[in-house]
Design a protein around this ligand. Structure first.
Ligand code: ATP
Ligand code: LTN
Length: 329
């Protein structure tokens, strides 16, 4: 049986949050099964769409790669690489850009959000970001793309681009689909539970970083914004409470009904303490593993070099086919 191809990426714009982990990275690990072949990458080209300090980008890219391994990405079975090390992505991106309508890009909510957040730097890269992401996906013939809810719209655009290109030039690309977790496809900020948790939030109390100390994690959950309802329940409009219950389910494997039962008659203090405990248990092993991998410079460099070579081999085949389909070869 042909293996299913999986591809995903994360920007090296900071230390991943609990949102990144539950929404995406944990699924990346779980999808490494015998009937799948997974490619995972650090999307450094995408990170350039916001202002960056070169030395910081270099360092964050490496540490992101180490963290991905610490989260359970096994480079022996899944090529792990840095996006810019595989030049074919940017080349395919040009072809796909000529198959994408501005009307489609105008509808992308991430562009609108990021433009509002970085009003002094609304660059063309931010606008064409989803085209490069489509190239990342289509160049490997990915069937499935494990992402959080905020990236679903981008994967759907990649589907539309693939279908349109295939119709115009003949069968070239696999049409991908997004894969999201049952619980936690959108983990909300702890200080502003109506918006998603983000690693570039200016208030560190708004997110749990995967490298936060257990004591810091407990403190951040204690400070989490909730509401003044007397009971713990999963209900419309109770953003803070719903978010804590969702994190609890994601980290304990319990259903929402079981979670709500666990906190019958309890106050927020109990819920926050239990959520913190469940989160610490989940990410402590990741932290230990991270330190070990980052210390071994040679090993990390070797993994990324081999990952890029494996990725490039596959990417070049798709690029050749796409170039020839449009009449460039
Ligand atoms: P930035 O703040 O730099 O925009 P980010 O925290 O949104 O970054 P990304 O690198 O854009 O992180 O996302 C990596 C993966 O994590 C994507 O699949 C994305 O959908 C997922 N993700 C990001 N934030 C959340 C969240 N709050 N809940 C669930 N999944 C998330
Ligand atoms: N845009 C994604 C990161 C990303 C990605 C990808 C995810 C870049 N290329 C390809 C899946 C597939 C984000 O998380 N902001």
């Amino acid at each position: 049986m042909e293996k299913k191809i999986i591809l995903s990426g994360i920007k090296p714009t900071g230390i991943p949050t609990l949102g990144n982990y539950i929404g995406a990275l944990r699924n990346w690990r779980l999808m490494q099964q015998d009937d799948n072949y997974c490619y995972y990458m650090v999307a450094d080209l995408h990170a350039l769409t916001v202002r960056n300090v070169p030395e910081e980008l270099r360092q964050q890219t490496r540490s992101m790669a180490a963290l991905l391994m610490a989260c359970g990405i096994d480079p022996e079975r899944s090529p792990l690489f840095i996006q810019s090390h595989v030049h074919q992505h940017a080349e395919l991106s040009w072809l796909l850009g000529c198959t994408t309508y501005m009307g489609e890009l105008n509808r992308m909510t991430q562009f609108k959000d990021k433009s509002a957040k970085h009003a002094d730097n609304i660059n063309a890269g931010l606008y064409t970001y989803p085209v490069l992401m489509a190239a990342d996906i289509l160049i490997y013939g990915a069937h499935q793309v494990p992402v959080g809810d905020d990236q679903k719209q981008h994967v759907e655009l990649a589907r539309n681009i693939a279908i349109r290109f295939n119709n115009a030039f003949g069968e070239t690309f696999v049409v991908p689909e997004p894969v999201m977790p049952k619980f936690g496809a959108r983990i909300m900020g702890l200080q502003d539970p109506e918006h998603k948790m983000s690693k570039t939030d200016t208030n560190p109390n708004g997110y749990i970083s995967l490298l936060d100390d257990p004591a810091v994690i407990t403190k951040k959950f204690k400070k989490a914004v909730t509401d003044c309802e007397p009971t713990i329940a999963y209900a419309e409009g109770r953003y803070g409470c719903n978010n804590l219950l969702t994190i609890y389910c994601a980290c304990t494997g319990k259903t929402m009904d079981e979670a709500v039962k666990d906190f019958e008659g309890c106050g927020y203090g109990r819920l926050k303490g239990a959520v913190a405990e469940a989160v610490i248990a989940e990410i402590e092993p990741v932290q230990r593993e991270y330190r070990r991998i980052l210390d071994d410079r040679e090993y990390l460099d070797g993994v990324l070099k081999k990952g890029a070579e494996q990725a490039a081999e596959r990417a070049q085949k798709t690029l050749d086919l796409a170039f020839s389909r449009v009449g460039l070869r």
